[in-house]
Ligand binder design. Structure first.
Ligand SMILES: NC(=O)c1ccc[n+]([C@@H]2O[C@H](COP(=O)([O-])OP(=O)(O)OC[C@H]3O[C@@H](n4cnc5c(N)ncnc54)[C@H](O)[C@@H]3O)[C@@H](O)[C@H]2O)c1
Length: 455
């Protein structure tokens, strides 16, 4: 079985290294952080990702970590999974990739034989042809396509389900320097995947564009669903789930990510969409769609605060925010709407207490002015009058009795049984009790057909 290496053992790279090891590859993981290397070598996961530690432990013989790039020469394939943080303009910086690629090129300079290099990190369109390939050739003194092959192979995973995302993807995207490189990577991917996904092979620039297009499209869908939620909150009898469930049946639309709730967050969605808009504008094309998606997302926090005000829930009401991570099954707080909500409520003068299963045990930490983090759901609920279910961890929906006598504001509406013990249950995206009628100006416009058409 092949020896492969993975450069960058973070949230994505370590999962990839573990998945490759499970599939029989001997994996050398290279990172610059010594605590990460020590952790992996002792069979522990330095990151929070369900199922990962078990895979690392059971594959210890086939997975080892090092800071020495020269060990890469003992392998024939290298995956690069280092960060590409966004700069102030929204463009993904290549500073970590350039450093890693230079170290890799220098290490490969002395090696013999063909090597396949696979860039997994998300990069801007044009990065590989104009920066990465020339840098690799310069540092290694070798020629792409003859001495080494180069591929772009971004992942479409969600944190909390990375292993499943890697092993059961909807499709595999490959940008390739040449057929030989792409075919070798396709063979590896087929071995890793439990399903048989379509493998889309193309030039670097098309693959780079396809990668950021996915998240730009998905965020557009989420902003559309949130717009529907806002509409349903304002029309008599509105119920966003009825609308999205119905239209999600249409295969042109599909039901995934069509849930009117809070805004989107996390380390990829907002920044990939912004990068798409920045790139689009930079080349003189229309960026309005992506910018509108972003604008709608920025307004979601205000929408939730407005709902609290409409319900006459003013400071100094004690509010618990349940869930802080940007989604369940992860402890990542990047661009988390739940964390933003907790901070905004604190700024508005509410007394805020938070609980998140991923941070249980870190209750001493005060995450922002006046916001406290506690260790358990019950304690958090007891210390508040209003409970906002912000991140839809399963635990919050398991036992509706938890919310006995509390006002519950549910941003995700995932109870199997309504929490009847609650003193009031406010599900966003709905206006079931018809308290907010149609605006009279709108009703007036409805009266003649010409006027409606003019709107
Ligand atoms: N996390 C996600 O959900 C996700 C999803 C899709 C794509 N991506 C992309 O994958 C890439 C990696 O993301 P991540 O979330 O795994 O990042 P991360 O910050 O969790 O991990 C990056 C790792 O690379 C290491 N590193 C940095 N410079 C290095 C170098 N020169 N040599 C060796 N190791 C180095 C860091 O120490 C760290 O362990 C990014 O481009 C990101 O956009 C991430």
């Amino acid at each position: 079985m092949k020896n492969v290496s993975v450069v960058g053992l973070g949230k994505l790279g370590l999962c990839l290294a573990a998945v490759l090891a499970t599939n029989g590859y001997n994996v050398t993981g290279v990172d610059v952080v010594h605590s990460t290397i020590d952790s992996v070598n002792s069979g522990r996961s330095p990151i929070f990702e369900p199922g990962l530690e078990k895979i690392i432990r059971t594959n210890r013989k086939r997975l080892h970590a090092t800071s020495d790039f020269n060990e890469i020469t003992l392998t024939s394939v290298t995956f690069i999974v280092v960060p590409t943080p966004s700069d102030a303009s929204g463009i993904f910086s290549l500073r970590f990739v350039e450093k890693a690629v230079k170290s890799l090129g220098l290490a490969l300079a002395s090696s013999k034989g063909y090597h396949l290099i696979v860039l997994v990190s998300t990069v801007m369109p044009g990065s590989i042809d104009t920066v990465i390939r020339p840098l690799l050739e310069k540092a290694s003194g070798k020629t792409c396509t003859t001495d080494f092959g180069l591929c772009y192979n971004p992942e479409f995973i969600a944190l909390g389900d990375v292993i499943k995302g890697m092993t059961e993807p909807d499709f595999i995207l490959i940008g390739e320097s040449d057929k030989k490189a792409g075919s070798e990577l396709a063979r590896i991917q087929k071995k890793i995947c439990k399903n048989s996904p379509p493998i889309e092979r193309m030039s670097f620039v098309n693959a780079e564009l396809a990668k950021i297009s996915v998240n730009s499209f998905v965020t557009m869908k989420m902003s559309f669903a949130n717009t529907l939620a806002e509409i349903c909150e304002s029309i008599p009898g509105g119920d966003v789930d009825k609308v999205t469930t119905a239209i999600g049946n249409d295969r042109r639309i599909g039901s995934k990510y069509l849930r009117g709730a809070q805004g989107y967050g996390g380390p990829c969605f907002p920044r990939d969409n912004i990068a798409f808009a920045t790139f689009t504008r930079s080349i003189g094309a229309q960026a309005e769609l992506a910018l509108a998606t972003h604008k709608v997302n920025l307004s979601q926090l205000g929408r939730i605060l407005e709902i609290l005000k409409k319900e006459n829930l003013f400071p100094p009401t004690k509010i618990s925010v349940l869930g802080l991570s940007y989604k369940p099954r992860t402890n990542v707080l990047d661009a988390s709407q739940s964390l933003m909500l907790a901070k905004a409520l604190g700024d508005e003068g509410y007394e805020v207490v938070c609980y998140d299963p991923a941070f249980s045990g870190n209750s001493k930490e005060i995450i922002a002015n006046g916001i406290k983090l506690v260790d358990g759901l019950n304690e958090c609920v007891e210390r508040s009058d209003v409970c906002i279910i912000a991140t839809p961890w399963e635990e919050f929906y398991r036992n509706p009795e938890t919310f006995n006598n509390k006002i519950v504001v549910d941003l995700w509406r995932m109870f199997k049984r309504a929490p009847t013990a609650a003193s009031k249950y406010i599900a966003i995206g709905q206006n079931q009790d018809r308290t907010f009628p149609f605006p009279s100006e709108y009703l007036e416009k409805l009266s003649t057909r010409e006027t409606v058409l003019a709107v």
